[in-house]
Design a protein. Structure first.
Length: 89
């Protein structure tokens, strides 16, 4: 995480997905430790965690392949200004 999220007061979508994965993992641990017989609910929780992990891969690929934030590169003497794009990596 760079200083971009601090400067602009926004939270990248990836971090919200990380929070969701953490919540589902805590729910899975709670279900396994308190309910002895395994049931289909455990499979659903594991599938949800796997789906969110796949969503993080998609978001990371999309942000690197299709960047949306333009950042001005530092200028040297005698060079014209060149704008480059930066993703959410």
């Amino acid at each position: 995480m760079g200083l971009d999220s601090v400067k602009t007061n926004h939270m990248p979508v990836r971090f919200l997905i990380y929070v969701a994965i953490t919540a589902l993992t805590r729910l899975l641990i709670s279900n396994v430790s308190h309910h002895n017989p395994p049931d289909v609910g455990i499979i659903y929780l594991c599938g949800g965690i796997l789906l969110l992990a796949f969503a993080i891969l998609v978001v990371r690929y999309a942000s690197s392949a299709f960047p949306s934030v333009k950042v001005e590169s530092p200028r040297r003497k005698g060079e014209a200004s060149v704008e480059t794009e930066k993703g959410e990596l």
